[in-house]
Design a protein around this ligand. Structure first.
Ligand code: TXA
Ligand code: MG
Length: 314
């Protein structure tokens, strides 16, 4: 039986508790002005993997990273002029900016689903700001609903979907915006509207002094859905029980390898290791063989990602 989820209040005690839970790798749902987010320390792979497990997500979509202020965002990514204009105008607020990661970002690769870019947001909600400031690190958070259900705008919505599956929810009443953040990416000097959301396009265009580009068929809007979205350079052979000639082996459970997703067969540990280990084996060059991973729990998302990585390339 899972322990019940704590309902915390946004006073000093509740915020301290929530920040300590993040530091310990636990999941805490917290209010933002858009919707409640399901947060975890974005630098701890197992904590990020636990987000996908709690939501029952069948695939690893990139997550938005929440930060206390613009300086914390600038430390993670290659900042640009338009991002600066938008951050000055709309942060804190319901706006997410997708930017290229810096080499020393320190985030778990599971946060970005292996992408070279990351979505960043400085929320305006006072409880979210207080929690992020107290924790002092990046918090990865999708909306705090089970996969396929609607986004929660109250702590009761969160508990209706996730009670017993997460450590705590920070309850500060209903969200004021109630729509997810607007997501803006960049294509060279152009700002691209990747998702409509709580901040309408007009004020964004007014701040930039130019029109937003609508994503075309070739723009990556939902990168987690692209078939060869994370593809290693070498070929990938799935459900392998031993390495063939020249192959680097990624093990799991009883199947040994050059690296193992989890020697004990723990799917949360395997998810946390997935992108990092694939990258590491890929840098060695040559084909990669991957041990079978069971289809229960996080195994579905792991297999989904492995199948995409193994898919034929364009
Ligand atoms: O208001 C919100 O944005 C809420 C609160 C909790 O911040 N979060 C939210 O997260 O809606 P989620 O996981 O439900 O949606 C995140 C969206 C996905 O559609 C994902 O594809 C996109 O952000 N995204 C994240 N990182 C991206 C990236 N590097 N490139 C393109 N899209 C990205
Ligand atoms: Mg969502």
């Amino acid at each position: 039986m899972s322990p019940a989820t704590l309902r915390l209040h946004p006073d000093t005690e509740g915020l301290d508790r929530a920040a300590k839970l993040f530091a310990s790798g636990a999941l805490v749902a917290f209010p933002t002005e858009t919707v409640y987010g399901l947060g975890a320390d974005a630098t701890q792979g197992k904590a990020v993997a636990a987000i996908y497990e709690a939501k029952g997500r069948p695939s690893f979509n990139p997550l938005i990273v929440h930060l206390a202020d613009t300086a914390a965002a600038q430390a993670l990514v290659e900042w640009n002029t338009q991002a600066d204009i938008l951050a000055r105008a709309f942060w804190p607020g319901p706006l997410t900016l997708v930017l290229p990661l810096r080499a020393d970002h320190g985030l778990s690769p599971l946060v970005t689903a292996g992408l070279p870019t990351v979505g960043l947001r400085v929320p305006a909600h006072p409880a979210a700001r207080a929690l992020l400031a107290k924790f002092g690190g990046p918090v990865a958070a999708p909306s705090a609903n089970p996969s396929g259900r609607i986004s929660p705008t109250t702590a009761d919505h969160v508990l209706a979907g996730l009670d017993g599956r997460i450590a705590a929810v920070l309850d500060d009443g209903p969200c004021t915006v109630g729509l997810e953040s607007t997501i803006i990416g960049f294509d060279g000097p152009h700002a691209v509207l990747l998702r409509e959301g709580g901040l309408p396009p007009e004020p964004i265009e007014a701040a930039l002094g130019s029109r937003l580009i609508q994503p075309s068929g070739t723009t990556i809007t939902a990168p987690g859905q692209m078939s060869s979205h994370y593809a290693p350079r070498g070929s990938l052979r799935l459900n392998a029980t031993s390495a063939g000639a020249g192959e680097h082996m990624l093990g799991f459970g009883p199947v040994k390898g050059d690296l193992s997703l989890s020697e004990s067969g723990d799917l949360v540990e395997a998810a946390a290791n997935l992108f990092g280990h694939l990258h590491q084996l890929d840098t060695l060059g040559g084909p990669i063989a991957v041990a079978p991973v069971p289809m229960n729990g996080l195994g579905r998302a792991i297999n989904d990602r492995l199948r995409r990585a193994a898919a034929p390339r364009d």
